[in-house]
Design a protein around this ligand. Structure first.
Ligand SMILES: Cc1cc2nc3c(=O)[nH]c(=O)nc-3n(C[C@H](O)[C@H](O)[C@H](O)COP(=O)(O)OP(=O)(O)OC[C@H]3O[C@@H](n4cnc5c(N)ncnc54)[C@H](O)[C@@H]3O)c2cc1C
Length: 425
């Protein structure tokens, strides 16, 4: 790779997500050459991907150029590349555009969709982990509506208008709610000749309640909100097969469905090259100590979703959500300064600020340490927190105006098939 020659040591950060960006932003005065590598040239605000999938927001309001985020750092270099391997003995990373040596390495690669080894599901279900995938879902949904509007067959229309969301965590709940709002407020005006009751939204969850990581209160309220919106919830139900047309459940029931979104889990986006012992089985997360150092590798760190740190309070690692990633990024930055000064590193402690999920207009649930609430206030808090967390002032303004417009007009304006989706069936 072509980088300026320097006497400085080199720090490579792999991944410009929440963890990588919050780390890099704090390294302005670090006496090292910093190279951030990502396979996308933008940072993605994943919590709002579902709004891109459901035409509520344009992708450029939730994505932000990594070079722009870090423009004030003089010692910073960005490379658009995919890392395929780490070579710890040679202290270098291998990418699709070349190799690069490091003195210190930070792995912040996050997670990828987990299909639990089911190849059929992997080829036919729609994942929602990045912007192109969210746009695929949007195109597929709108294409299927166009086809349904032109179809004489009730059976075909029902399959085209049937939405199956697999996974009743925050992503599945938020996506189901947003689809229900499209059904209730938007599509009846666009497709006046379609019987909108032919559109069904099914949410499948393997455990006994939706939002399993949240409180019982949040689950109960979210269930109530989803039912009010017309979402059909199937608890203790697993999807075992999907060939692109027919969904098969674990009890053998089948249903026709042309839109199946897989939101049933993630696994670490780990990289090969390190000793297999540092990878936690099934989770694919790198085991780190309290300083985010990968076990056995003093100059390699892992932060965010990919890092597995056991503490007294978090015996099975931190939750794979944005806050631990942001906090670990910022904390590691402080530790890197300490490291260069020869000072002792400080252990990381997670400050849990609470969790929340939204179901739709005026409908959300919030779990704080001592308080749990739902409804309009929760929805308002959810909007405020997400607006403030978005990267970039422009994106905050754009999202705010979109939400205000959608709220006043009961509309979702980005109903565009810009790049058609070609399904395998
Ligand atoms: C649909 C969805 C909704 C979510 N909603 C919420 C929510 O409401 N609240 C919440 O707190 N959390 C939410 N999360 C989880 C949250 O987004 C993650 O916990 C957070 O993004 C983790 O940050 P990270 O930096 O570890 O990883 P990421 O943000 O995933 O960043 C990883 C980066 O690494 C890059 N990368 C990966 N592999 C390579 C490679 N080999 N080479 C180069 N680059 C690579 C990727 O392109 C990416 O930019 C959601 C996640 C999803 C998918």
């Amino acid at each position: 790779m072509n980088l300026p020659k320097t006497d400085q040591k080199r720090l490579i950060i792999i991944g410009g997500g929440f963890a990588g960006v919050s780390l890099a932003k704090k390294l302005k005065d670090l006496d090292m050459q910093i190279v951030l590598i990502d396979k996308h040239n933008y940072h993605t605000f994943q919590p709002l991907l579902y709004q891109v999938s459901t035409s509520g927001l344009e992708p450029d309001s939730i994505a932000y150029p990594i070079r722009k985020v870090l423009k004030r750092l003089n010692n910073f270099h960005f490379r658009l590349a995919e890392v395929s391997k780490i070579e710890p003995t040679l202290q270098k990373v291998i990418t699709n555009i070349g190799e690069l040596d490091y003195n210190y390495l930070v792995i912040a690669t996050g997670t990828k969709t987990n299909f639990y080894g089911n190849k059929e599901l992997e080829s036919n279900a729609m994942p929602m982990k990045n912007v192109p995938q969210a746009l695929n879902i949007r195109s597929l949904m709108l294409q299927n509506f166009e086809k349904a509007d032109d179809s004489e067959s009730l059976e075909e229309r029902k399959a085209l208008l049937n939405f199956c969301i697999v996974g009743g965590g925050p992503t599945g709940v938020e996506l189901s709610g947003a689809l229900a709002e499209l059904k209730n407020n938007v599509f009846p005006k666009d497709y006046k000749h379609l019987n909108i009751d032919e559109m069904e939204i099914h949410l499948f969850e393997g455990t006994g309640r939706v939002l399993p990581p949240m409180s019982e209160h949040a689950s109960k309220k979210a269930t109530q909100f989803l039912k009010e919106l017309g979402v059909q919830i199937h608890l203790e139900t697993l999807v075992s097969h999907y060939d692109g047309e027919t969904v098969t459940l674990n009890d053998g029931t089948t249903m026709k469905c042309k839109n199946l979104v897989w939101a049933a889990g993630v696994t670490g986006a780990s990289l090969p090259g390190l000793d297999g012992k540092v990878l936690v089985d099934k989770l694919n997360r790198f085991k780190v100590d309290r300083f985010n150092r990968v076990e056995g590798y003093p100059n390699i760190f892992a932060i965010g979703d990919i890092a597995y740190m056991e503490t007294e309070e978090y015996k099975r690692g931190h939750p794979q959500v944005a806050q631990p990633a942001i906090q670990q990024g910022e904390h590691l930055a402080e530790n890197l300064f300490r490291l260069l000064k020869g000072e002792d590193l400080k252990p990381f402690s997670y400050n849990d600020k609470g969790t929340m999920a939204t179901v739709g207009r005026n409908k959300a649930v919030v779990d704080l340490n001592k308080m749990k609430f739902s409804g309009f206030l929760a929805w308002f808090v959810w909007m405020f927190v997400h607006l403030m967390a978005l990267v970039g002032f422009r994106n905050r303004v754009v999202v705010f105006f979109n939400w205000a417009y959608n709220y006043i007009n009961y509309d979702k304006a980005a109903r565009l098939i810009v790049r058609p989706f070609h399904s395998k069936k």
